[in-house]
Design a protein around this ligand. Structure first.
Ligand code: NDP
Ligand code: MG
Length: 388
């Protein structure tokens, strides 16, 4: 029996995780969900309490606490709120694995806590690795935690390197769909709407990552994520546009052999692999039919058009606290775009301005990381309010 906590259980990854749990329980791989959490979606969290009967549920927003408490009356589930609630369940010892499906910088502290408590982490929250990869890797060295990627590209790489010596990897190729604006010319970017940016061609995901996929910042983040997860130098990690999202990533070895992992674009497969790693369990998830697909195509990314991808590569070279600022300024800029306060093209502009204004520091403890994150968000919100 595996006991787990699902942080962000009401989101896109969280809901898919619970679907995977249903599948595992149907297939004689018993999983119990002891803890769940949401930001404000009380109704869905309450339905999940009824179905999964967790020991406790956390609602992040304090103003939603009373309503959750009322809805879950007589369900035998403890109700907690805020960061304190997340910290409380993170430090309990009656589960072995936490699925971190929180979005943005809010996922960092739970990742750090899980590692300190020696729990396995199934990580969807790539932002914690972007902002604090160095700190997380340092903490992992003294811990029994296994950090298992949920991101489909990194799950693909993990699957390709099973049984292979890491020092025989020559190159990682992260595939990218190219997002909804792959075929747009750069001058059209000025006029793209929120609705267009939210229409991802292949994946149905939360709003923040959908915008990150439209700017290709998501792929920039994934390069940083791959560097920290697999210890591969960034000069050996490349991005390849593959609009069908069927090949999830590739690994080239020193002898010239290339391995790839394929599947329909469905996050349930990488989530299940992280939950059962290194085992594989039966599923009735949709299957790949290559004959039906007929064509798989590839192209180079356009760095001139997708400035966020270029910025991510530059930031990796700079190191220090620049990745924290890349993440924080992006999160603030995407929030402003989602709230129709800025244009699509303001996103890279604001991130670039934050990076230019930032005073780097190389000592990256949690306190400094939080400080750089707070600074970068404030910078973006203030710059945007001056400009509008
Ligand atoms: P969603 O926005 O769909 O879900 C986010 C979850 O976190 C929800 O449960 C939400 O609660 C909760 N949440 C949001 N903000 C906070 C906060 N400040 N404090 C506590 N809880 C919060 O995101 P996704 O599921 O799409 O993405 C989650 C993570 O997974 C991201 O890091 C993303 O990059 C990564 N990822 C996602 C993929 C996907 O297919 N969606 C693919 C690969 C990676 P509520 O519902 O109440 O708002
Ligand atoms: Mg991905």
């Amino acid at each position: 029996m595996k006991n787990i906590a699902v942080l962000g259980s009401t989101g896109s990854i969280g809901r898919n995780t619970l679907e995977v749990v249903r599948n595992l329980n149907r297939n004689n791989y018993p999983v119990t969900v002891n803890y769940i959490s949401a930001n404000s979606n009380v109704d869905l969290l309450c339905e999940q309490i009824k179905e999964f009967k967790p020991k406790a549920a956390v609602i992040f927003r304090e103003d939603c606490y009373k309503r959750l408490k009322e809805c879950s009356l007589n369900l035998g589930c403890e109700v907690l709120s805020g960061q304190e609630g997340i910290n409380d369940i993170s430090s309990r010892d009656d589960f072995e694995l936490v699925v971190n499906a929180l979005v943005g910088f809010s996922g960092l502290i739970p990742t750090v806590k899980a590692i300190k408590n020696g729990k396995d982490v199934a990580l969807a929250n790539k932002e914690s690795l972007v902002a604090a990869g160095q700190l997380i890797n340092f903490l992992l060295k003294g811990s029994k935690t296994r950090l298992l990627p949920i991101d489909s590209e990194h799950s693909a790489i993990l699957q390709c390197i099973q049984g292979e010596p890491l020092n025989k990897i020559r190159k990682l190729t992260l595939t990218a769909s190219g997002g909804p604006f792959r075929e747009y010319s750069k001058d059209l970017f000025e006029h793209v709407t929120l609705e267009e940016a939210l229409k991802h061609p292949n994946w149905k995901m939360g709003n923040k990552i959908t915008i990150d996929s439209a700017t290709l910042m998501n792929k920039g983040f994934e390069i940083i994520e791959a560097k920290w997860l697999f210890g591969i130098e960034v000069k050996n990690i490349e991005v390849l546009i593959h609009p069908q999202s069927v090949i999830h990533s590739l690994v080239e070895f020193t002898d010239g052999s290339v391995k790839a992992q394929l599947g329909v674009p469905d996050m349930k497969v990488p989530i299940q692999y992280a939950l059962t790693y290194p085992e594989r369990v039966e599923s009735d998830f949709p299957r790949l039919d290559l004959a039906l697909l007929k064509h798989l195509t590839f192209e180079e990314p356009d760095f001139d058009k997708f400035e966020c991808l270029k910025l991510a590569y530059e930031v990796i070279k700079l190191g220090g606290s620049y990745p924290v600022v890349l993440n924080g300024s992006n999160e603030a800029a995407v929030d402003l775009f989602l709230n129709r306060k800025i244009k699509f093209t303001d996103i890279p502009y604001l991130i670039k301005s934050a990076l230019e204004k930032h005073d780097n520091h190389n000592k990256l403890d949690l306190e400094n990381i939080i400080e750089a994150d707070t600074w970068s968000r404030r910078f973006v919100y203030e710059s945007a309010s001056v400009a509008t």
